[in-house]
Design a protein around this ligand. Structure first.
Ligand code: F6R
Length: 614
């Protein structure tokens, strides 16, 4: 979604801002803009389109100034056009503002400001906020930080903002509520601001994460001061960023998505490291230690998430029910929050989110927390909002995921859920010691097996070439493979724009079978294990209707090889671990089909990496 970058220091701001905006492109956006302050005052440039369009737009203007800010906008209020792009400027031309989030009461504020003679150029809620700040600054005779504070006090909604005023070119103000902001503290009094750490990491590792309701004032020569909305001063808490620049580069791959698919042996290994102790036969999850007893005694687990994280949650349902014998309900966070869900104080709610900023998941957590449940987070982004509002949790250690389509985050989430289910199942005595130890060893072997699956890429690319012009596709799986079928279909539709459906294989005959003809590719996860024979029957049903079957099967499976049009073999592993392997070929198939169709794989149309609006 929208991205923010800001800079104040002694270097030219424009190149830093543009570079930062490129780093933020992965979030998804439809327009971009910058505001710079120099001796001649405020200069704002913005346009619909990509950051490269903005660069063309300002080429030759020689933008100077050592303070400025940049924004990528993902349209919410008003269409994606030049006028609605950020920064927005007050009608007196003095104050510029960039904003992530939504001002919910903007209509009421706009009406009041209109009565007071303000006019508006754009359809955005953001312009209302900058006019409000300018109005307060003038009518109350206060400085910029105070005007921002007073304005934010009357605002309902979510925001991360940066504000500049050309009458005070040595001050930059930023504030957040329910939308993240991080401040980088560089050398020689330099400061960086960003909506996530990706534009900052190449400049400094010292960062301060703003808390909700905090306002940061960066003043040239005086540094960073933080106060809250009630005007109480806070001491900035400086942390070291655990992110490496290489993680933000494509490192020779054509796309971030491909790089991230190939990183999975590493990201799964990192998610297991220090948590799986084969010598002692133990799973240790330090982040949830304090809630372990509650977890063990839980009578029910609720899992909330969206999109791919919800699919990981479905795998979690099968894992916890089979291994720990605890009933599980998996909920779309967006549905959960708007029902009146039954939540008990002794429920464990597992909230899954790569970004840790998904608005619906955050709201679902607030709701469940308000009803007394214990919330365990599974997040990838350290210090994210979800990681902070949960009672406890475990990070997924997948490293930054830049491709919009989630790949390594999914397998890392499933890895964490497997560890949790194994640990709780073992402590509850619901799995035998021998099965527990066997699964620990098998889990430890998964990264090596993922490497093996990735070595089939040439064959997968060959299959992608055959089906790249399909207009529909069906994905089938049973048991642990049903959520993987959903995930495979989601991957294909979101990056290649081919319509795809995931189904429990047995459900096919209750409707989707009507779609099957010789044009229809049907991806079937048919690995040896629980419902293998049933899935083989489902393949026969598809073949009887001339559908094309691409089967993900266990190495050496002759039966499936003889039935299917194509097979992609994966190494043998116990059923609960199959999703960690079977999803890999489906990710690669989607990737190659999308590339062959000329789609923008890393930034698919209309999608955002972190969905901070409901
Ligand atoms: C799909 C995808 C999305 C996200 C969803 C939740 O590839 O990336 O469906 O999984 O928007 O995002 P997080 O996990 O950040 O809460």
């Amino acid at each position: 979604m929208c991205g923010i970058v800001g800079y104040m220091g002694d270097q030219p701001a424009y190149p830093i801002l543009i570079n930062g905006l490129h780093r933020l492109e992965y979030r998804g956006y439809d327009s971009a803009g910058v505001a710079l302050l120099d001796d001649a005052g405020l200069h704002v440039h913005k346009c619909q389109g990509k950051v490269s369009d903005l660069e063309r737009h300002v080429a030759g203007l020689g933008l100077g100034g050592t303070v400025g800010m940049g924004h990528t906008r993902w349209a919410t209020h008003g269409s994606p056009n030049d006028i609605n792009a950020h920064p927005h400027v007050s009608s007196d031309g003095d104050i510029a503002l960039i904003h992530n989030g939504i001002i919910e009461n903007y209509a009421a504020i706009k009406e009041e400001l209109a009565h007071r003679g303000h006019t508006f150029r754009s359809d955005t809620d953001t312009e209302v906020l900058v006019q409000l700040i300018a109005d307060i600054r003038r009518s109350e005779g206060v400085d910029l930080p105070e005007a921002v504070r007073l304005a934010l006090d009357s605002v309902v909604g979510a925001y991360a903002i940066v504000v500049l005023d050309q009458r005070d070119p040595n001050v930059m103000v930023a504030a957040r509520k329910s939308s993240p902001l991080v401040i980088g503290i560089g050398e020689n009094g330099e400061h960086f601001i960003a909506s996530d750490a990706t534009p900052i990491v190449e400049h400094t590792k010292n960062v301060v994460y703003l808390e909700d309701g905090e306002i940061a004032v960066i003043e040239r020569g005086k540094g960073l001061k933080i106060r809250n909305i009630k005007n109480q001063e806070k001491t900035p808490f400086i942390q070291e960023l655990e992110m490496h620049l290489e993680a933000l580069e494509k490192s020779g791959y054509d796309h971030f998505m491909l790089k991230e698919i190939h990183e999975q042996p590493r990201s799964i290994r990192d998610s297991l490291r220090g948590r799986l102790n084969l010598a002692k036969g133990e799973v240790m999850l330090g982040g949830i230690k304090d809630y372990e007893q509650k977890f063990i005694r839980a009578e029910r687990i609720l899992i909330v998430g969206c999109g791919t994280s919800w699919h990981a949650g479905l795998v979690g349902e099968y894992l916890f029910e089979e291994l720990a014998r605890i009933p599980v309900e998996v909920e779309y966070a967006s549905e959960f929050r708007y029902r009146d869900p039954i939540v008990h104080e002794d429920d464990i709610v597992i909230a899954i989110s790569q970004s840790g900023e998904t608005a619906d998941t955050l709201a679902a957590i607030e709701l469940a927390k308000g009803r007394g449940a214990t919330i365990i987070g599974i997040c990838n982004v350290v210090g994210s909002s979800i990681a902070r509002i949960t009672h406890a949790g475990s990070y997924t250690h997948a490293g930054p995921e830049i491709g919009v389509a989630s790949t390594k985050a999914f397998t890392a989430q499933v890895t964490l859920l497997t560890l949790m289910a194994l640990m709780i199942g073992h402590k509850r005595g619901t799995i035998s010691g021998s099965r527990f130890f066997r699964l620990l060893n098998e889990l430890d072997a998964i990264p090596g097996k993922v490497e093996k699956v990735l070595r089939n890429e040439a064959q997968i690319r060959y299959i992608a070439d055959i089906y790249k012009d399909a207009t529909n596709a069906l994905y089938l799986g049973r048991g642990f493979s049903f959520p993987v079928a959903l995930e495979g279909a989601l991957k294909l539709k979101e990056i290649s724009y081919i319509h795809a459906e995931g189904y429990p294989a047995a459900e096919m005959k209750h409707g989707p079978i009507a779609l099957i003809d010789e044009e229809m590719p049907v991806f079937v996860i048919a690995t040896k294990g629980g419902s293998y024979e049933k899935v083989v029957s489902n393949i026969q049903e598809v073949k009887a209707r001339k559908g094309k079957v691409i089967a993900i099967c266990t190495e050496g499976d002759r039966v499936v090889r003889d039935l299917a049009d194509h097979v992609i073999e994966i190494p043998e592993t116990p059923d609960p671990l199959v999703p960690l392997l079977s999803v890999i070929p489906l990710q690669l198939i989607s990737y190659h089909i999308a590339v062959m169709r000329g789609c923008n794989v890393d930034q698919p149309r209309n999608l955002a990496k972190s969905v901070t609006v409901e």
